[in-house]
Structure formats: structure tokens, C-alpha cells
Design a protein around this ligand. Structure first.
Ligand code: VGL
Ligand code: ZN
Length: 206
């Protein structure tokens, strides 16, 4: 049984050009992901899934604007435009994304009072999503990440993957970044310091 799993991060309409929290060129990764997913025995999809009035939305903090950072009870939080609201078209996966090979969908950020960039642990850094336990139970040890955004949800997910003892590889050309104030460079530095490996679609060796 293969111990390699592809983790698709937030390939959802609101992160696509024209979406509520557009990641530049986010749509370009969809054909690449469709091409590589069938090569994996295991595929998991993360889905950003916020209730209306979520604490990460600038609109619920009077006087604050999107892309500013504020201090919440669990730490610093970047404020975002309303995005990926549960059950809306913006929260749906990109229509051309083939999810047929995905066994498990992990929804995150679904409690109003805490955000979750990571597919493993919420932003309070305590509450697990349960994904690490599931991966271990089915015998997965090596993870490949593709999706959006490189410098937020992919970053936090890979760091938590390493902290939980998994091998972590980022498929660079199957990801796109938001790049807020140099966040993409910082993300690569942090990932590399944590032992996250950087690869690309044509170099995939499972
Ligand atoms: C994300 C900001 C807010 C992401 C999710 O998927 O990277 N970024 N929510
Ligand atoms: Zn979000």
C-alpha cells in the first residue's frame, strides 16, 4: 500500500481570479492538479469553510479593513474580505477540478470564533482537525501539497505536517500565492527551515 498522499489545499472559487479573495493566477493550477492527482493512491482535499460573520472577515471588525492584521484572543489575525462562506458558490471547489480521486474532504475555519489556515490545527494552535490521526491510521507517511495559497494555507499546513512527523513536499508550480508584504519569500524560508521539500510537477517521484 502506498504511503504517499496528495493534499489539495483550498482550490475553491473565491480564491480564483474574480473571486472574493482572488489569488493571482490561481486558476492555472487546476489542469496541473487534474493531471497529477490520478497518480496518487491517496488524495485529500482541504476546503476553507467559514460561517457568515467569521472572525477572519474584516467586515465584522468595525473600523478595520481587509488585509490589515489585528490581535485576537488566539494571536495575530490577518483580516480578509468575506470569503468561502459555507454553502455558497464561492466556497465550492473550482468547477473544472476533478475531485474523483479524493477520498476525504477536510473542512476548516468552520467555527465563527477561530480561523484555520492549516488543514491540521486551527489558528488557536490547539484544536486538531483530526487529519493527522486519519493519515496515520491508514498508513500515510509522505505528503505532497498543491493548491492555494502558497504563503497562507499551504505554508501553515506544511509546517504542521512536519510538526506531526510527516514528510512534506510542496509542488511549487501547482500552487499560487497571495504575496502580502513579502509573505511569499518568508513562507519559502520558513518551509525550508522546517525541512519542507520543494518540487514541481515534472519532477514528481512518488
Ligand atoms: C486562505 C486566507 C484566508 C488560504 C484561506 O486558503 O490560503 N487564505 N483563508
Ligand atoms: Zn479563509
Amino acid at each position: 500500500m502506498s504511503d504517499a498522499c496528495l493534499i489539495l489545499v483550498d482550490i475553491q472559487n473565491d480564491f480564483m481570479p474574480g473571486g472574493a479573495l482572488a489569488v493571482p493566477k490561481g486558476d492555472e493550477i487546476v489542469p496541473l492538479v487534474n493531471r497529477i492527482a490520478p497518480r496518487f493512491h491517496w488524495v485529500v482535499a482541504g476546503q476553507d469553510w467559514h460561517p457568515p460573520g467569521h472572525t477572519s472577515f474584516a467586515s465584522v471588525h468595525p473600523g478595520e479593513k481587509p488585509f490589515e492584521t489585528i490581535r485576537l484572543s488566539y494571536g495575530d489575525q490577518v483580516l480578509w474580505p468575506d470569503h468561502c462562506v459555507q454553502g455558497t458558490e464561492g466556497a465550492a471547489f473550482h468547477g473544472a477540478l476533478s475531485l474523483a480521486p479524493a477520498q476525504l474532504v477536510v473542512r476548516k475555519g468552520y467555527r465563527r470564533e477561530v480561523d484555520s489556515y492549516s488543514v491540521f490545527v486551527e489558528a488557536d494552535r490547539k484544536t486538531p482537525t483530526g487529519l493527522a490521526g486519519w493519515l496515520r491510521e491508514v498508513g500515510i507517511r509522505r505528503l505532497w501539497f498543491a493548491g492555494l495559497a502558497t504563503d497562507f494555507c499551504v505554508l501553515w499546513s506544511t509546517l504542521d505536517a512536519r510538526a506531526a512527523g510527516f514528510e512534506a513536499n510542496v509542488i511549487e508550480d501547482a500552487c499560487r500565492a497571495i504575496d502580502l508584504n513579502g509573505s511569499l519569500d518568508a513562507a519559502w524560508r520558513e518551509m525550508s527551515a522546517a525541512g519542507v521539500k520543494r518540487t514541481h510537477v515534472d519532477a514528481l517521484q512518488l
